[in-house]
Ligand binder design. Sequence first.
Ligand code: MN
Length: 499
Amino acid sequence: MDIYKSSEIWFVTGAQLLYGDDIVQKVNAQSQTIVDGLNQSQALPLRIIYKGTVNTAEEITDIFNQANIDKKCVGVITWMHTFSPAKMWVHGLKSFYKPLLHLHTQYDREIPWASIDMNYMNLNQSAHGDREFGFIVSRLRKNRKIVAGYWNDLQTQSKIGLWMRVCVGWADQQSLRLIRFGDNMNNVAVTDGDKVEAERRLGYHVDYFSIGDLVDTMQTISEQEIKDLVALYEEQYVFEDNVKVNGKDRLQVIEAAREELAIRKFLAEKKANAFTTSFDALHGMNQLPGLAAQRLMADGYGFGAEGDWKTAALVRLFKVMTAGLSGGSSFIEDYVLHFKEDGAILQAHMLEICPSISRNKPRMEVHPLSIGGKADPARLVFTAHEGKGLTATIVDMGNRFRMIVSKVDCLSPEEDLPKLPVARAFWKPEPDLETGTSAWILAGGTHHSAFSFDLTLEQIIDYAEIADMELVIIDENTDLYKIKESLKLNEVYYALRGF
Ligand code: MN
């Protein structure tokens, strides 16, 4: 994804002039060595730019102001090599609004027992310098990520790398434009919410276009473009006779290609990277553009069905945070429960599941939809592969957004599903079906969610911290009573904190 090439993280080292220029020069050289070492790590998806040592309040404020306005900078790493009196950081930190990572590390891995003297002690003060810095960040009530560990260890670098992916996702959301073709599905509560507050808190902008505007764009698509796209479908998917040339459902695949090309063109013209559709709003269209939604998600677009713009933005976030990884991510919906010992849930949607999570080559199929009153839509049918993943949603609680994340274990369905005409996944929520679903319902979680095989829970926590948003975690340690208690405590916290 291009945004990874155009983004960078800044590295700022705290020091002071108390011990003389010699010390600051050493701090500077050793910081450069650390940054060079980190930049050689395969675990980091972004380049780190070393911005030098900061020794005064003015230098600190300047560097954070520059970071705020620099378009490439998506986050700042700070490290206190020596003691950096933290009142110097107040103004800079107060104005800084991008993601912050405090690295608690040290130039040398171990204590040099035989040679350590007072000069060494004055130079290597991270152990207490990072505490002084940590206090002021806490005192300012500023969310940040803390990574403690030796900078040249893979574990430390991996934590920084995972955080960098969250920074890129956050930066993308700040300039994301999301287009709704049609409104939210009538009367549905959980997929709706406050779009003004979403822009203020989460960054993305939600626009509306009438389906007629998309239908106009469909008229501009040439027969050759459609022919080329259908040829690509034939390369990528399994085609049975009914969808091949002269097959009885061929026309539906051709019309689906027209819709896909129109949506791509429309979104490109509007510089939008996420969209929603609705089976209720298809006037002038042949079919629900489910195939388009599936294929655009596979290319990194966010998508939400039935006007679900919050989930569309979240799917886009997941796509950006996991760019280049192989597990896959998708818009998804809870469908049918399976109450057995070790119970699980069948996940699907009318059509719109991303083929990036498929275990097999998807099949191009055409079937009736039974709602919406349109012609039979084309869709890709497949089963998700096995593996651990997580699924998340954001709901609007009236005075705040709440994110809910659930760890899940994707399994193979017990039997083939020969009559099910849609893509599907089958998963067991942690810690078990009954507890996991009860906790999700208690927290007010949606039927729609954004699912990923590649994201870690720590990344979701990092994101919620950057967004300064309530987060409910459902995992192997979930206890329903504790969830209830934490939801009550959160009510008090957000009421006291205000807006
Ligand atoms: Mn739905």
